[in-house]
Write a protein that binds this ligand. Structure first.
Ligand SMILES: [Mg+2]
Length: 226
């Protein structure tokens, strides 16, 4: 089978990336403005819990009474450009190794800023474990999921049909509907910030599992059921 994985919150915990970015931003502010990094990290962590993602640098600079759009944008650049400290969880590594040994051809399909996603892939060392990582934005903004453009490229590359394709992801808003319409199968890992989200049948995966460890048996089930 052609087994493709989403990256964020499927193969690793996206919050690890966010925390790595907060540390980089806090370090920058300490170096350039003399603000204590531990305090900055605390402010951003509190803001994340209170407001969800997107407000952290505004909240941080306002807490220091330093807010300007210019400085906020500078912090966004520091965050996006930082070299993340990430480690691929052992469970994810084990699953990729196991599936490759079983003869499956493995890929990653991920949305997001090309350079940001490339740095995550690099930090996680995931490129060594799969045949190719598709960063959808490299193929045009309209190639992001639920577009199937990268999946079609993958099928062409492997000379396969959608019957052979399985996508493993965590986000029912965009991960499954396109692949399913294309004729592929889908496995949802109930992890990350979307884990409690339930959508209509078209958006949901064929199978849902509690952790990445259960993907190989879910895959066997899909293959057995044709
Ligand atoms: Mg994801």
């Amino acid at each position: 089978m052609i087994v493709a994985f989403d990256l964020d919150d499927t193969l690793y915990r996206e919050l690890d990336y966010v925390e790595s970015g907060f540390a980089a931003v806090a370090g920058w502010l300490e170096e350039h403005r003399g603000l204590p990094a531990t305090q900055s990290v605390e402010i951003m962590a509190t803001s994340l819990i209170r407001s969800g993602r997107g407000q952290q640098f505004d909240d941080l600079l306002k807490a220091y009474d330093l807010f300007t759009v210019r400085l906020r944008d500078q912090l966004i650049r520091v965050y996006r450009d930082h070299e993340p400290r990430l480690r691929l969880p052992d469970a994810s590594r084990a699953v990729l190794v196991q599936l490759a040994r079983a003869g499956h051809r493995l890929f990653v399909v991920t949305d997001g800023h090309s350079r940001v996603q490339a740095r995550k892939i690099n930090a996680l060392g995931v490129a060594d474990l799969v045949e190719h990582c598709y960063i959808t934005w490299r193929h045009g903004r309209d190639a992001q999921k639920p577009s199937t453009r990268c999946f079609e490229l993958m099928l062409r590359r492997t000379r396969s049909t959608p019957d052979d394709l399985v996508y493993v992801g965590d986000n029912p808003m965009k991960d499954f509907i396109g692949v399913r319409a294309l004729g592929g199968s889908t496995i949802r890992v109930l992890t990350g910030s979307h884990s409690h989200l339930r959508l209509d049948a078209a958006h949901e995966a064929d199978v849902a599992v509690g952790s990445i460890t259960e993907v190989p048996s879910a895959l066997d089930g899909l293959v057995a059921n044709g």
